[in-house]
Design a protein around this ligand. Structure first.
Ligand code: COA
Length: 184
C-alpha cells in the first residue's frame, strides 16, 4: 500500500538534527491528487528524474510549502524488483520495502532523505507495522561518491533510524539489505 490515488489525511512531521537540537523541520505527505501539483513542480524542475522517470509510488517530504524529496515504499507485491536476492540470504522476505529516494538538488545534505525514511516508517506503523527492509549502497570510505547513484540511500541513515544489516542483495556486494521491525 503506497500512494495510489487517495490522499492521506495524515501529515507527519519529522524531527531532524540541527545545531545539536532536535527540531521539527520537514513534514511528510502521501502522493495523491491534492499533492500532485507540488510533485509535478519538483519533477519538472529536474527535467524528470533519471532521464524522465516519473515513479509515483511514494510519499513526499516538504520543507514549508515546497516538495524537497521523496521515499518510495510498499509491500513486496507492489515492489517486487530483485526479490530473488532473498533466496541466497536465507531470510524471510520483509513485510515492507523502502526502495528509492530522490532529493531536490538544492536541498541535499540537509537530512531530507533521512526525514523521508522516517516518514515512511510512520506511514508503515500507521498501516500495522512489520519488518521493513531498505537497500542502501555501501559507499567507499573517504572518497567522493556521485549522489546520482545513491537512490537507495546510505547505510548511515538506515543505521541511525535503527536498521540492522542482514547481508548483501544478490551478487552485488555494494547493495546492502538492512532491516528494522516497526510496531503499529
Ligand atoms: C542520495 C540522496 C537521496 C541523499 O539525499 P540527502 O537528503 O542529501 O541525504 P541526507 O542529507 O538525509 O543524508 C543522509 C546521509 O547520507 C550521506 N550522503 C548524502 N549524499 C552523499 C554523497 N553523495 N556521498 C556520500 N554520502 C552522502 C550524508 O552525509 C548522510 O550521512 P550521515 O547520516 O552519516 O551524516 C540525494 O543525493 C539524491 O536524491 N540523489 C539522486 C538519487 C536519484 O537520482 N534518485 C532517483 C532514481 S530514479
Amino acid at each position: 500500500m503506497t500512494t495510489r490515488g487517495a490522499d492521506s489525511k495524515s501529515d507527519l512531521t519529522s524531527p531532524t538534527k540541527q545545531g545539536g537540537q532536535l527540531k521539527a523541520r520537514f513534514s511528510v505527505r502521501e502522493l495523491g491528487s491534492a499533492t500532485w501539483p507540488d510533485f509535478e513542480r519538483m519533477v519538472e524542475k529536474h527535467n524528470g528524474v533519471w532521464g524522465g522517470c516519473w515513479c509515483t509510488f511514494f510519499h513526499l517530504t516538504y520543507d514549508g510549502p515546497d516538495v524537497v524529496g521523496w521515499c518510495q515504499f510498499g509491500p513486496p507485491p507492489e515492489l517486487p524488483g530483485r526479490m530473488s536476492g532473498y533466496g541466497k540470504m536465507d531470510v524471510a522476505p520483509p513485510d515492507w520495502r523502502t526502495t528509492c529516494f530522490f532529493v531536490d538538488r538544492d536541498h541535499r545534505r540537509a537530512g531530507v532523505a533521512k526525514a523521508a525514511l522516517e516518514g515512511a516508517l510512520g506511514f508503515i506503523a500507521a498501516r500495522g507495522g512489520g519488518t521493513v527492509d531498505g537497500y542502501p549502497k555501501a559507499l567507499p570510505r573517504g572518497k567522493p561518491y556521485s549522489s546520482s547513484f545513491i537512490w537507495g540511500g546510505t547505510e548511515s541513515m538506515y543505521a541511525e533510524l535503527g536498521f540492522r544489516p542482514l547481508g548483501a542483495l544478490g551478487t552485488s556486494n555494494r547493495v546492502k539489505v538492512m532491516r528494522k521491525v516497526v510496531l503499529s
